[in-house]
Design a protein around this ligand. Structure first.
Ligand SMILES: *Cc1c(COP(=O)(O)O)cnc(C)c1O
Length: 396
């Protein structure tokens, strides 16, 4: 294998060297616990509060509204279970969508076992949640609306500001899983009427195992991790100082370079899409064509098994994914692809390529040329494809 082409940036990203440099002093030189009173802990305390301000600045939030967690899954769990518990006297109904990440879906399923009712909204063929459908689903006992900002599999960006406006109009709290969107596309919690927002460091070139939950001030929500008084008594556990410092630096850099990166990634993304559509027959783009993350390419190839595709791409040094990383290995096709209306057999043949800023047109050219050959080879071994071609010829 000569060269690695990593196109699985929705699963995780590389830590930027500048980010790692910022983290380093907090492992060996200054390892103090920021909760301590002695002056040795002064620097870590300051670094953590600076990190909080940097993160808040990216969202147009206040520093005290940022709560550090151990990642996106924890933030989603906390937002949903925390609000469910805090508002149970008001009601026990939650609205979400069928295409959420499992960190949201499985949390909702857990709550259903504990007396809550959840509406899982359908999406259209592009994976868009309609704000009208959200409004229609609202009941007197609805306490929370949770809709992701952008989908991790098909890249569709949801009409978050409109959904936030619906939530606000009805006085219902609005949570968004922004793990794929934060630090990738512009976001502002006030303009988008967001009350709670989840994000995760390792999805934007920060470290793994650290994330945050934005909680609008004044919202009643209990602690999720019980113990010490860290994070204003709402999230116990010794602060992951290198982690939060690295995440904040990654967010700051991402914000600074966002316009440039969006432009660059979008150009390579669109080249990928154009070339695949031109050169690989019976390929279907999944997700919204324009309202999509700048780094997301997702296709279904008829008569192809996604797993076989991944294995053959891997032999060429290409890392992609089929379905989400969490569901690969299971035989069920992705819940997201089923929700956009794809039949099982087509949903099985999906490929997600998620780019980074480093991905070039040359990379895209190499990947598409390999993909062309691999798809042709796999189809030549498929009896279903053979029948299909015969049928096509007959009808021609
Ligand atoms: C990756 C991801 C998560 C989980 O984040 P972790 O930090 O890995 O726990 C949640 N939601 C979405 C949309 C994701 O892409």
């Amino acid at each position: 294998m000569s060269q690695l082409i990593y196109l699985d940036n929705a699963a995780t990203t590389a830590v930027r060297p500048e980010v790692f440099e910022k983290m380093k002093p907090f492992f060996i030189e200054n390892y103090s616990n920021p909760s301590a009173v002695y002056s040795f802990a002064g620097d870590t305390k300051e670094a953590v509060e600076k990190a909080r301000e940097q993160i808040a600045a990216v969202l147009g939030a206040k520093a005290k509204e940022i709560y550090f967690t151990a990642g996106g899954s924890e933030s989603d769990n906390w937002a949903i279970k925390g609000i469910a518990e805090a508002l149970q006297e008001k009601g026990k109904h939650i609205i979400t969508s069928k295409i959420e990440h499992h960190a949201v879906l499985h949390t909702c399923e857990y709550l259903e076992k504990h007396g809550y009712e959840v509406t899982y909204l359908d999406v259209d063929a592009d994976g868009v949640v309609s704000p009208e459908a959200v409004e229609k689903a609202i009941r007197p006992d609805t306490i929370l609306i949770s809709i992701m900002t952008a989908n991790n599999e098909i890249g569709t960006i949801e009409p978050i500001a409109q959904i936030g406006a619906v939530a606000k109009k009805h006085g219902i709290l609005f949570h968004t899983d922004a793990v794929q969107a934060f630090a990738h596309i512009p976001m502002n919690v006030d303009e988008m009427n967001i009350d709670l927002l989840s994000a995760s460091g390792h999805k934007f070139n920060g470290p793994k195992g650290v994330g945050f939950l934005y909680i609008r001030s004044g919202i009643k929500i209990g602690p999720f991790v019980h113990g010490g008084a860290q994070e204003r008594g709402r999230r116990a556990g010794t602060t992951n100082v290198p982690g939060v410092v690295g995440m904040a630096e990654a967010a700051r850099l991402a914000q600074e370079e966002m316009d440039k990166r969006i432009e660059k990634e979008t150009a390579v993304r669109d080249y990928f899409i154009e070339q695949i559509e031109k050169r690989v027959p019976y390929a279907k783009l999944n997700g919204h064509r324009t309202n999509r993350l700048p780094n997301n390419v997702n296709f279904c190839f008829r008569f192809i098994e996604g797993e076989s595709l991944l294995i053959l791409l891997d032999q060429k040094g290409i890392c992609g994914s089929s379905g989400s990383a969490c569901t690969s290995g299971s035989l069920d096709p992705s819940h997201v692809l089923l929700a956009i209306g794809l039949p099982h057999e087509i949903a099985h043949g999906s490929l997600r390529l998620t780019l980074s800023e480093a991905t070039t047109k040359d990379d895209a050219e190499f990947v598409v040329s390999e993909l062309e050959k691999i798809v042709e080879r796999l189809r030549s071994m498929s009896p279903l494809y053979e029948d299909f071609v015969k049928e096509e010829k007959k009808n021609a």
